[in-house]
Design a protein around this ligand. Structure first.
Ligand code: F6R
Length: 241
């Protein structure tokens, strides 16, 4: 695992965008795995800026998002569909047919999981961007999720619903279930970039970096992947010293 500690969030964003841009320059048809949440927002803003300056193009890029809440309309302001369009897709030249976000509507969730999983098997992700939950989750793979899981429905942990309630009016509004790529899917990516920012991530980053590989800390599996870069700002790295 390569670990890059940056002085602040801005530098984290800069370093992360350099990695993504350099991949896109080398491979204009790259397949990107994307995360939502607060952490990649700076990265997406930077990618939009570089697209507007014609440094990069998304015209042949394909994307696969990690997860989506269940039972939330696509156009709900807190759906990950809405988030991705608002922060990235509406501002770049990506083809709509190249955007993949787990579907969470309809009633047959087994079929939705299977469809997403099949698409993932046909499209090996070149670079997977990850954030990390305060409890060590990646995607919505909560502590205790078997490492061999593929796309599945998850009941969100209380800690995750509490952490995400800042985006909703109340805890009751935070969805209880989500559809997520499994850890097994995430581990198929050729390269993984994990971003962690802020004091709230300090304890879990210490556990991920110094602790053992255990299903109780889903992100700990990343230590067994051959090409992982962690970019972590000073606050999130404050317990590593
Ligand atoms: C989002 C996702 C989650 C977040 C994690 C950190 O698609 O898969 O694992 O990356 O919850 O969220 P933030 O960045 O808001 O701290």
């Amino acid at each position: 695992m390569k670990i890059i500690i940056t002085k602040d969030y801005q530098e984290l964003t800069e370093r992360a965008s350099q990695i993504v841009i350099s991949l896109m320059e080398k491979n204009p048809q790259a397949i990107l795995g994307l995360a939502t949440g607060s952490t990649p927002l700076g990265l997406y803003a930077r990618l939009v800026e570089k697209y507007k300056k014609q440094v990069i193009s998304f015209s042949q890029i394909k994307t696969f998002n990690l997860d989506e809440y269940c039972n939330i309309p696509k156009l709900h302001p807190q759906s990950y569909y809405y988030y991705m369009h608002w922060h990235l897709f509406n501002h770049i030249d990506i083809k709509p047919e190249n955007i993949n976000i787990p579907k969470s509507g309809g009633d047959d969730y087994d079929v939705l999981c299977q469809d997403y999983n099949e698409k993932l098997k046909e499209n090996i992700i070149d670079l997977q961007i990850l954030g990390i939950g305060n409890n060590g989750h990646i995607g919505f793979n909560e502590p205790g999720t078997p490492f061999d899981k593929e796309t599945h429905i998850v009941e969100l942990a209380d800690a995750t619903r509490q952490a995400n309630k800042r985006f909703f009016n109340s805890i009751e509004e935070v969805p209880q279930y989500a559809i997520t790529m499994g850890i097994n899917n995430i581990m198929q990516a050729k390269k993984i970039l994990l971003l962690a920012s802020g004091l709230a991530k300090a304890d879990i980053m210490k556990e991920v970096i110094f602790g053992g590989v255990t299903e109780e800390v889903p992100a700990s599996i990343l230590k067994t992947h051959s090409d992982v870069t962690i970019i972590i700002d000073n606050e999130a790295a404050s317990k590593l010293k």
